[in-house]
Design a protein around this ligand. Structure first.
Ligand SMILES: Cc1ncc(COP(=O)(O)O)c(C=O)c1O
Length: 380
């Protein structure tokens, strides 16, 4: 007789992704309009693909230094100066498996079991699972639609065991870009409470109006920033991102990385080097495409009585479907009755019970079809 599996309590306690849940519910019915994944619809720009192919053909693929190869860290340091408006030495850069890997390293650097971390609600849900893996307590601060989905740091309740706050601008799932004064107020509140600020800036280059403010522009101490190649260069499948942190944090963090993944893929590193050195001109083209899609979505919302706000970055829009019922029911009806897949706001926390997130990384046809379907369901 085989004995039953004995698995960790962690496996039972981790939340499932609500994005994957609605995608699984939709399955592979034919003809669906997919508005659920935050994934660029374009190919990775050609210079990046060519550089990766060249590396595979010409170089030995070997282990690389744990925080990433020197050249890539230097290129990233230059990019931070050019794009993000601050100085960070290559020793402050840790190359990771996606932005998600950088976020995990940041949390692992500052959280002990029993500590708390303050997360946005609605927010990208993976940070909740990461906090649980580290046996830390996730706490939440609201991002209210009435306030343009911006945080109000002066109203945050911060218990003494809270060690860090995670912020995300341009934001998933709302597309909000925090004005500089909001980032400054966050820094002041963090100073007052001795918190680390972990700033998820993976959409740093995807904005339509004002440029986002990096945490490092306003606060050098006790700050970390998370970036990714996934969104800027349509490279989700390459799995490469990076953390920017004080050099004294990067150095000991190598022990965590060595224990968990050693180093990232050398092919992806070569691709990332080409992205930074050669693919810059492709970024404005891609951002222009997202802007067109954002403008289309906003104007359709205005025409069809769905308008509430204009996302200023990333590639998401939250649509209020409260007239049609709870978001999860509406999301399922959309799949079954209209063949449209959108994510219920409940996938991002408790605040967005009556909203659907649609991805503006989808094609214009799918965006139009999705909003038309939402309109029909909302109008009954
Ligand atoms: C806010 C936010 N942070 C981090 C990530 C992680 O990106 P990746 O791991 O693909 O680089 C995502 C991906 O959707 C995201 O939306």
């Amino acid at each position: 007789m085989t004995s039953p599996l004995t698995l960790s309590t962690l496996l039972g306690s981790l939340p499932r992704s609500g994005i994957r849940a609605i995608a699984a519910f939709a399955g592979n019915r034919p003809g669906l309009a997919h508005l659920e994944y935050g994934e660029p619809s374009m190919m990775t720009p050609e210079p990046i693909r060519r550089a990766a192919a060249r590396a595979v053909l010409e170089e030995r693929m070997v282990y690389t230094p744990t925080p990433g190869p020197a050249r890539l860290r230097e290129l990233i340091s230059e990019k931070l100066r050019r794009v993000n408006g601050y100085e960070a030495a290559p020793e402050q850069v840790f190359v990771t498996a996606g932005g998600v890997g950088a976020l995990f390293l940041a949390l692992a650097a500052v959280l002990d079991p029993g500590d708390a971390v303050l997360l946005p609600d609605p927010g990208w849900p993976n940070a909740v699972g990461q906090a649980r893996i580290l046996q830390a307590e996730p706490l939440f601060y609201p991002l209210d639609a009435k306030n343009g989905f911006l945080p109000d740091p002066d109203s945050w309740r911060i218990p003494p065991h809270c060690k860090a706050v995670v912020i995300n601008s341009p934001a998933n799932p709302t597309g909000a870009v925090f004005p500089r004064e909001v980032v400054e107020r966050i820094a002041q509140v963090a100073d007052r409470h001795g918190l680390w600020v972990i700033s998820d800036e993976v959409y740093d280059e995807i904005y339509f109006d004002r440029a986002p403010t990096s945490i490092f522009q306003v606060r050098a101490e006790r700050s970390m920033a998370v970036y990714s190649f996934s969104k800027t260069y349509a490279m989700t499948g390459w799995r490469l991102g990076y953390l920017v942190a004080p050099a004294e944090v990067v150095e000991p963090l190598q022990k965590v990385a060595e224990a968990v993944f050693s180093s990232t893929s050398m092919v992806a590193q070569r691709a990332a080097e080409a992205a930074l050195a050669e693919a810059g001109p492709h970024v404005p083209e891609m951002v222009a495409t997202y802007r067109r899609r954002r403008d289309l979505a906003v104007s359709l919302c205005r025409d069809w009585g769905l308008y509430r706000y204009t996302p200023e970055g990333a590639f998401y829009l939250m649509v209020d479907v409260s007239k049609a019922g709870p978001a999860e029911d509406v999301a399922r009806r959309l799949v079954v009755e209209k063949g449209v897949v959108a994510v219920p706001g409940t996938a991002f926390g408790r605040q967005a019970q009556h909203e659907l997130r649609i991805s503006l990384a989808a094609s214009e046809d799918d965006i139009r079809r999705g909003l038309q379907a939402i309109r029909e369901i909302v109008e009954g």
